[in-house]
Design a protein around this ligand. Structure first.
Ligand code: HEC
Length: 137
């Protein structure tokens, strides 16, 4: 093989490569540099939606006011009323509010009053899918 062939093959390969280079990376003048995208912003923290609930939105009972003013500072009462739990689980929820959501700790007597209220008003619900369906009693 003489040098002529080698040159021809190399040149052909070069032009074929150039033709196949659709992104234009071999032709730097035509390669448009785009700045890297800025890092994605951190997801916003879980912020409960604002609410306009009042004390009356909680069922009447001993400790209602204390519970409302301690718990509705950050979120509406619907998120509370949607739960039905034992006192232990309410206690765990209470601690979660303090540890994870930075709720200011309450006085021990207020804590007991709130937990009594929650456990009494929102006890565990029956497991039947019918809920309060009288036909399923
Ligand atoms: C300092 C703010 C703050 C206070 C005060 C607060 N919570 Fe929460 N709570 C939150 C946040 C934040 C969430 C999460 C909401 C979300 O994910 O949309 C939450 C969620 C909940 C949930 C939903 C279940 C869950 O685990 O996500 C329940 C039930 C609840 N809170 C009960 C209470 C009760 C009961 C009190 C009063 C003793 C209370 N919260 C007081 C901030 C608070």
């Amino acid at each position: 093989m003489n040098i002529g062939w080698v040159v021809t093959i190399c040149l052909t390969a070069f032009f074929l490569l150039l033709a196949a280079d659709r992104a234009g990376e071999l032709r730097r003048d035509r390669y448009v540099w785009t700045p890297p995208a800025p890092p994605a912003a951190a997801p916003p923290p879980a912020v409960p939606p604002p609410h306009s609930d009042t004390v009356e939105d909680l069922p009447d009972g001993k400790g209602r006011d204390t519970t409302f003013y301690a718990c509705a500072a950050c979120h509406g009462v619907a998120i509370i009323k949607a739960q039905g739990m034992s006192r232990e689980l309410w206690e765990a929820s209470f601690d979660l509010m303090i540890e994870r959501h930075r709720m200011p700790p309450t006085k021990p007597e207020e804590r007991a009053e709130i937990l009594d209220y929650l456990a009494e008003q929102f006890p565990p619900r029956r497991r039947s899918r019918g809920g309060d369906n009288p036909f399923l009693r």
